[in-house]
Design a protein around this ligand. Sequence first.
Ligand code: FES
Length: 88
Amino acid sequence: AFEVELAESGQVLKVPADRSVLDVVREVLPDVAYSCESGFCGTCETGLVSGAAEHRDDLLTEAERDAQRSMMICVSRARPGERLVLRL
Ligand code: FES
């Protein structure tokens, strides 16, 4: 499990191993945008204020992964020990 923080509200959410960031975020932000839920459409791309994601999508380039400025919250997670602050 790891934690994500929503930058706008300051809410901190726990993401267990068997759930996606998108799933957990939807509980508090039901209108959050998503579509494929499989890491290929880009609809759920979310800005990263801080923290390093373990990118599991099929869209970002190597350079974009390294930049850690956004992530696909339907599939990507936090690197071990990281807490992600999302631009949401
Ligand atoms: Fe399609 Fe996340 S919903 S990439």
